[in-house]
Ligand binder design. Structure first.
Ligand code: HEM
Ligand code: HEM
Length: 226
């Protein structure tokens, strides 16, 4: 209806750096899974994709502190009682703008498990050709544990989280009639609420690029450590 149209306003929810982070992460993970399947000669690329994911994750942690409003952790860290209330159907309408209380748990789980996957990869050794750059720096027992976790456990946990992630997005699309993917592509949501937009101007994008470059350099130093 026209009246409702007038009431709704466009809010920038996902700033460009967050969107680039997301789709680059998806691409790098596709590369990691493919190279892990091929093994052997593809392993140097497995490592490169892994370093890319680490740089992206470090960037996302920093962006969670200084990024646009809806990308900041402060906008989607919820108290347990807020999560419970949300589950009981007593959520706040604002929860539908950024990551909702349940969605935030899945975001933190994905970021945490991805960090663990990368961390264990850095200390993994297949005892044939591929050894992570930190293998020589940590005790042998850690290497066995990390390799077991990386190749047998972590990948299954990540797979479970990703099935849940994509499943939830499909559920929203086909059962609740809400397309969450478009905002992750163009950045905006329509809402009748008066809520802040995420800052997403040239200056903040430049800051993001500089921060990402810093993360890449940090990772480059880390993997030279051996
Ligand atoms: C999120 C990032 C990563 C994912 C999802 C991932 C995924 C995988 C998977 C699924 C395997 C098992 C292949 C198989 O079934 O044999 C594997 C093996 C391996 N990955 Fe990663 N990996 C990641 C990051 C890294 C990083 C950063 C490194 C090191 C720099 C690394 C080093 C290794 C090594 C050495 C193996 C061989 C272990 C073995 O087969 O015993 N990975 N990775
Ligand atoms: C490798 C696979 C994927 C990983 C690791 C992943 C990871 C993530 C992460 C970490 C976030 C939080 C974004 C942030 O605040 O930084 C997120 C959000 C999101 N992802 Fe993915 N994602 C994957 C695949 C996909 C795919 C295939 C789609 C589309 C079908 C998708 C759609 C979305 C959407 C729409 C959001 C925003 C959810 C919301 O509105 O709260 N993701 N994803």
């Amino acid at each position: 209806m026209e009246g409702e149209e007038l009431m709704s306003n466009t809010v920038r929810v996902w700033d460009l750096p967050t969107r680039v982070f997301h789709w680059a992460l998806v691409a790098a993970l596709a590369g990691l899974v493919t190279t892990a399947q091929i093994g052997g000669e593809a392993m140097p690329w497995h490592f490169r994709f892994g370093y890319t994911v680490l740089s992206l994750l470090l960037f996302r942690v920093v962006w969670g502190l200084v990024g646009g409003h809806w990308s900041r952790f402060a906008s989607f860290i919820y108290a347990p009682r807020t999560i419970l209330a949300y589950l009981k159907g007593r959520g706040n309408p604002e929860h539908a703008v950024g990551h909702n209380p349940l969605g935030s748990l899945s975001v933190f789980a994905m970021l945490g498990m991805l960090l663990l996957q990368v961390g264990s990869g850095l200390c993994s050794d297949d005892e044939i050709a591929a050894a992570g750059p930190l293998v020589t720096l940590v005790p042998g027992a850690w290497v066995s544990l990390a390799t077991h976790y990386h190749a047998d456990i972590g990948k299954l946990i990540l797979l479970g989280l990703l099935v849940l992630h994509v499943g939830t997005i499909l559920f929203y699309r086909f059962k609740k009639g809400e397309d969450l993917v478009k905002p992750m592509v163009h950045g905006d949501k329509e809402t009748a609420l008066t809520v802040p937009s995420s800052r997403d101007d040239a200056k903040s994008r430049l800051l993001a690029a500089a921060l990402f470059l810093g993360c890449v350099l940090l990772v480059a130093c880390l993997v030279q450590a051996r």
